[in-house]
Design a protein. Structure first.
Length: 94
């Protein structure tokens, strides 16, 4: 269960980090990830996290290939006014 919570917290962190950045390139995200979790973020793991986030939160992390391969979240508008926090709270208390 500890590993699942740790993984879930990484998903939430990734959502928050990308959302707060607007758009972020993988090297910058990877650097922030290393600072936060004290481990590397292989590109394959990042894509696995993207897929899990889409499945769990129904949010897609898109890639703007024309402007430096920067990642962004689509559909985040529906989570204004703290709704994402409510969903995370509900999921963590199941």
């Amino acid at each position: 269960m500890v590993m699942a919570n740790s993984l879930f917290s990484k998903y939430v962190w990734m959502l928050e980090t990308i959302s707060n950045s607007g758009k972020i390139a993988f090297p910058e995200l990877e650097k922030k990830y290393q600072e936060k979790f004290k481990e590397k973020l292989p590109l394959r793991t990042f894509h696995n996290h993207r897929n899990a986030i889409e499945e769990i939160f129904e949010l897609k992390i898109g890639c703007d290939r024309k402007n430096g391969f920067k990642y962004y979240i689509t559909g985040i508008e529906r989570f204004k006014n703290g709704e994402l926090c409510k969903i995370v709270t509900e999921l963590t208390h199941k």
